[in-house]
Design a protein around this ligand. Sequence first.
Ligand code: ATP
Length: 239
Amino acid sequence: NVDQPLLRADQLSFSYGAVCALREVSIVVDTGEAVCVIGPNGAGKSTLARIVGGLARPASGTVRLAGAPLPSRSWKAVTAGVASVLEGRRLFPDLSVRVNLEMGAYSLRLDAAELDRRIERVLALFPALRERIGYRASLLSGGEQQMVAIGRALISEPKLLVLDEPTMGLSPKNSVIVFEALSRLRDEGLALLLIEQNASLALRLSDRGYALRQGQVAHHGTAAQLAEDGLVREIYLGA
Ligand code: ATP
């Protein structure tokens, strides 16, 4: 449905036992839009990423993709057009880079030529992976592993890419490589939902943003509005 936003998460709540991680959080991502979710440790960002990626079911609230309910179970979400890169990367350490990339499309049953074409696109985006394609994933540096994790998500050619702290633990050089790749993907029209603790970096890449605090949306607006907001600067940007 063209009148519906690409992603509409409405009134999501989630608790871990007695700990309320999300309280009636609503966010929207339009087609081709880059949206960030910023907030301090424990604000509920990862929980939101897991729900939108189809890895956790909210206690209440709904997630819709172009108007249709997002199926939970990550592989069904992938089929519906949402791919995620979650915290910890979760590669198969003993399998090759190529097989790790192929896993991103395993629920899609692509033929070999199509798979080759998509792997080639990932290698064009992350040329450093080209000479590592036959290596076991565990032999790669942290930055290269993150490139594989992003590449694996891209293999399904999603409409929305969800990223939870994609630069966590990376060197400044690798963080720049990852952010430049995300910026290229955004320019090619891929919608991004970027969860980041590094708010200033995230706002630079994004059209709009939401600031979470204690499981609730405390501020939202265009990236420029958030970057200029005094309170946001104080709380989230450490200014
Ligand atoms: P971080 O950047 O530290 O990952 P976050 O903003 O991503 O923080 P969440 O990881 O979503 O926040 O956590 C939200 C709240 O839920 C926090 O209070 C956290 O301690 C709690 N929480 C998260 N995971 C669990 C869990 N498995 N069991 C119990 N409580 C949890």
